[in-house]
Design a protein around this ligand. Structure first.
Ligand code: FAD
Ligand code: FES
Ligand code: FES
Length: 491
């Protein structure tokens, strides 16, 4: 028995029961609804031409987020609201302030990217409701991090982001949308079957365990920022799909036993916000991880489950001794994340298991921590090398050094020889140079399109030196590091 996909779009509930489960939101908009304002540039989440805004109830609260329509499958919209550039049209034929500002500031030339920029700006406009003044440059940069334009040079678009808040306001009725979405919520698992493929969206952990056990070969789908590309770029047939984002138990963030618990369905953006609250050193990584629409869709659970050797989260999680919580028919299993990765894209899965959560230890007293990303662009680029260091001191001496790199081996992994060179030593230039030498014994990096083996090794060594330079400016003593930890936990 198949349920229709139900979502709210252009002031009405749409019911869809005839498209393939891997039809993307963008394809449906353009090919079926003939709403062609939303454009396709790359079909892989990179250019932002397809940016739309979705509304969904999370723990009963309305959340409006920009996402890339090109890599989201239509059944994942079930129970949500969709907003596209067509929704900015005002009843009195006036332009929305976002559009008016783009016109006034000359923010559009050929216009291909403009609907995507307008929708990213609209999400910013909504988030500014109730606050006075223009958004700050950092906020504008973050909002536009997933939109590429070949014509304007960006400055006029940034001007438009400021100008839109100076124009007469257009209110958005959140209460009405919340009511609409409440009416769309299901009490049981959503099952959509079409073209010989079934899309399951369980709502409870118990349902997820059961449906996973019944369909062990089904593809688990979370934020679709990897899986979407398997379909749009690699033309892979996915078979049955189990979508985990509606599972209530997987959408929580909490703190207990000295750890931050992050459910597998929590978005990357929310996960990084929670962890950065304790580790402000992650702020730059948070900003540089993909783009805002990718971080709104993707999850930390999906990132560690995918386990790319060039992923940006595994190195700092491994350095901090993070755990992965797995669940399957035999119950729960908790592993150190570093032990989950066995070899290139090979992980320690037991039959029927999925990621339930990750757990990140809170900062330790006398701990120094940093993570660094080296990529060709600041935003929206995959790392050539990603480094993470978490070093704990006992007085003046290093008592526990954790060093982890991405991009240096078949998996993100630690550097045991460099760590051994640090443990028990004073935090001096001689010590750090010895550890840098040891990195050459820990890793044999590859050359590929992102970087040569020599570049990877040299930068990996120099990042370790940078960590030392940034953290050794003051004499190493108990009080200094205790104060450092206090700063971290207070921020
Ligand atoms: C444009 C773009 C830019 C990107 N930039 C970066 C970047 O800068 N840094 C970086 O590290 N990554 C980057 N990525 C990669 C990507 O965002 C991550 O790998 C992402 O976090 C995956 O999470 P997801 O929720 O989207 O997973 P999905 O795509 O839904 O799934 C990914 C994989 O994990 C499995 N899976 C997902 N959830 C679970 C679960 N709970 N249990 C078991 N298996 C599960 C799926 O079956 C699949 O194999 C980028 C991707 C795109 C498209
Ligand atoms: S078409 Fe490029 S991000 Fe979707
Ligand atoms: S206006 Fe031409 S790509 Fe942006």
């Amino acid at each position: 028995m198949s349920d229709p996909i139900r979502f709210y779009y252009q002031h009405q509930v749409h019911e869809v029961d005839s498209v393939a489960p891997t039809k993307t939101v963008l394809q449906y908009l353009r090919e079926d609804l003939h709403c062609t304002g939303t454009k396709e540039g790359c079909a892989e989440g990179d250019c932002g031409a397809c940016t739309v805004v979705t509304g969904e109830l999370v723990h009963g609260q309305l959340e409006m987020k920009s996402v890339n329509a090109c890599i989201q499958f239509l059944p994942a919209l079930d129970g949500k609201a969709l907003f596209t550039i067509e929704d900015l049209k005002q009843q009195n034929a006036q332009l929305h302030p976002v559009q008016q500002a783009l016109v006034e500031c000359h923010g559009s030339q050929c216009g291909f990217c403009t609907p995507g920029f307008a929708m990213s700006l609209w999400s910013l406009y909504l988030s500014q409701e109730g606050s006075s003044g223009s958004p700050c440059r950092e906020k504008i940069n973050e909002t536009l991090s997933g939109n590429l334009c070949r014509c304007t040079g960006y400055r006029p678009i940034i001007d438009a982001a400021r100008r839109m808040t100076e124009l007469p306001k257009v209110a958005f009725d959140r209460a009405a949308l919340t009511r609409q979405l409440n009416d769309l919520q299901r009490t049981d698992m959503f099952v959509y079957e079409q073209h010989g493929q079934t899309f399951y969206a369980p709502r409870t952990l118990e349902q997820l365990v059961a449906v996973r056990a019944q369909h062990p070969l089904a593809c688990i789908l979370s934020g679709s920022t990897d899986v979407g590309l398997w379909v749009t770029k690699q033309m892979r047939a996915l078979g049955d799909i189990i979508y985990i984002r509606q599972v209530a138990e997987l959408s929580h963030i909490s703190e207990s036993d000295g750890k931050i618990h992050i459910g597998a369905a929590v978005s990357l953006n929310d996960a990084y916000a929670a962890v950065t609250g304790h580790y402000p050193q992650l702020q730059e990584m948070w900003q540089r991880f993909a783009s805002l629409p990718i971080r709104n869709s993707g999850t930390l659970g999906g990132s560690v489950a995918n386990g790319s050797p060039i992923g940006d989260s595994a190195p700092w999680m491994i350095a901090l001794s993070a755990e992965i919580v797995l669940r399957g028919p035999a119950g729960q299993r908790v592993l150190l994340l570093e032990n989950f990765y066995l070899d290139y894209m090979k992980k320690d899965w037991q039959p029927g298991e999925f990621v339930e959560a990750v757990r990140i230890p809170l900062p330790q007293p006398q701990q120094q921590f940093r993570t660094y990303k080296l990529a060709k662009r600041y935003d929206q680029d995959i790392s050539a090398v990603c480094a993470a260091y978490a070093i704990t001191f006992d007085g003046d001496r290093i008592c526990n050094a954790h060093i982890a790199y991405g991009g240096m081996a078949a998996t993100s992994r630690r550097a045991p020889k460099a760590e051994a060179a640090l443990n028990g030593q004073l935090w001096t230039q001689a010590t750090i140079e010895q550890a840098m030498q040891m990195l050459a014994l820990d890793y044999t990096p590859l050359s590929d399109m992102r970087a040569s083996d020599n570049y990877r090794m040299t930068t990996a060594q120099n990042l370790l030196r940078r960590f030392w330079l940034e953290t050794s400016g003051t004499p190493v003593s108990m009080s200094v590091f205790a104060a450092g930890c206090a700063d971290v936990s207070n921020s």
